[in-house]
Design a protein around this ligand. Structure first.
Ligand code: NAG
Ligand code: NAG
Length: 389
């Protein structure tokens, strides 16, 4: 061997090694270290006693690389990756308790977080609401407490935000800067204060069962041209339910039951997809507006347990309307109910009981609940009394 050949052989061996290394590197993904440390922190914030052996989190074993495939024994579920980044964090419903590590926001490529139906507690890390690529945030049915940021300006891609069924308090967040949010569920928490300006592209809004107060304002609702379903029941909302609300162009269902509303205004629509309105269990006074019957597909209407007076307009009989379910029980309605209700030709069911109606035939299902005693009716109707039947 010439002295030159030895270094040459060494160089070619080195080249071969490098080639081999780059070949293996092309098939083995190494998760970005900050994603790995976030995942470690997320797992260690879960109470180990609540990680059953069959669960997804039990398979998170950091002796393997989280994003490397195939997953044979480790990292079997609860996360997905794209390349070297974690894109989805989707816990199984194993009953995990513990907290959510704030390091979750290091996972900046996350598009989905779904930790629903577990027992996680403590605050929701504020940084979660700034994840730039997040499309779905579902923390439903846990025990998260504390407040959420009053303003959420950084929700750039969010489509579904569901933090319902937790113990959250403080004001409802203002997410109105989001143009992508279509489904917002803040129900069954302890939120207080007024309804903030709502994101304009919402399809579904649910804030049921909180302690939301104040009146329904145009600032909050007027631009919601896509809103189909609004669930506002079981709060402390007050004032008159404004007529423009039912004229929102896409609205189909409005649940306003169990609040402190004192009036309801119903305007005639040019066109409407409104199918169901529930404004029962409020303190609504006034006459029952015949304008309800101008809504061409309105099939379910409840105004039960309010303080309505006056007679039931003939238009309600269902022959010219879509009405199928009509609950007017528990008011102070007077006069003769339209007899078409009882003719056998009517498709309307529901209740007219517990009013001040005259001749509501007990043979009809709608009249099974009896009318109020005349003394109560006389008092409620300014001494005019219950007309003799
Ligand atoms: C993680 O996996 C390694 C190798 O398969 C195993 O030796 C170790 O016990 C595992 N650790 C846990 C906490 O399961
Ligand atoms: C019925 O609707 C019309 C037109 O929208 C409105 O002017 C009127 O006040 C409404 N009447 C009742 C009783 O609600």
């Amino acid at each position: 061997m010439t002295p030159l050949l030895l270094p040459l052989a060494a160089v070619s061996l080195l080249l071969l090694l490098l080639l081999l290394l780059s070949a293996t590197a092309a098939t083995t993904i190494t998760t970005l270290p900050s994603d790995v440390s976030a995942l470690k922190s997320i797992k260690s914030a879960i109470n180990p006693a609540t990680i059953p052996s069959y669960s997804c989190l039990a398979s998170w074993n950091f002796s393997s690389d989280p994003c490397s495939t195939p997953h044979l024994t480790h990292f079997l579920c609860a996360l997905s990756c794209s390349g070297d980044r974690v894109t989805q964090l989707t816990f199984d419903r194993a009953g995990y308790s513990g907290t959510l590590s704030p390091l979750v926001s290091q996972l900046t490529q996350l598009t989905t977080i779904d930790l629903s139906d577990n027992k996680l507690s403590g605050p929701i890390p504020t940084s979660l609401f700034s994840l730039p690529n997040l499309q779905t945030l579902n923390l439903r049915s846990n025990s998260f407490s504390g407040t959420v940021p009053p303003v959420m300006p950084n929700l750039k891609s969010i489509e579904t935000l569901d933090i319902s069924h937790n113990l959250l308090s403080g004001n409802l967040p203002d997410a109105s800067s989001s143009l992508t949010l279509t489904r917002l569920d803040l129900s069954f928490n302890r939120f207080t204060g007024p309804i903030p300006k709502l994101p304009t592209n919402l399809l579904e809004l649910a804030i049921k069962s909180n302690s939301i107060s104040g009146v329904l304002t145009k600032t909050a609702f007027a631009e919601l041209t896509q809103l189909e379903v609004a669930e506002l029941s079981d709060n402390s909302l007050a004032g008159t339910i404004p007529g423009w609300l039912f004229l929102l162009p896409a609205i189909q269902q409005f649940n306003l039951a169990n609040n402190g509303f004192t009036g309801i205004e119903i305007l005639k629509p040019a066109n409407s997809n409104l199918v169901a309105v529930d404004a029962g269990f409020n303190k609504i006074v006034g006459d029952l507006s015949a304008n309800f019957t101008a809504y061409p597909v309105l099939s379910s209407l409840s105004l039960r347990y309010n303080r309505l007076q006056g007679s039931i307009p003939e238009e309600f009989t269902g022959t010219k309307t879509a009405l199928r379910r009509l609950f007017l029980d528990g008011n102070y309605l007077t006069g003769m109910p339209p007899k078409e209700f009882f003719s056998g030709k009517s498709d309307v069911s529901g209740s007219l009981g517990d009013n001040c109606l005259k001749s509501c035939p007990a043979t009809s299902q709608m009249c099974v609940k009896s009318q109020k005693p005349s003394a109560i009716c006389r008092q409620a109707n300014g001494g005019k009394g219950k007309p003799k039947s």
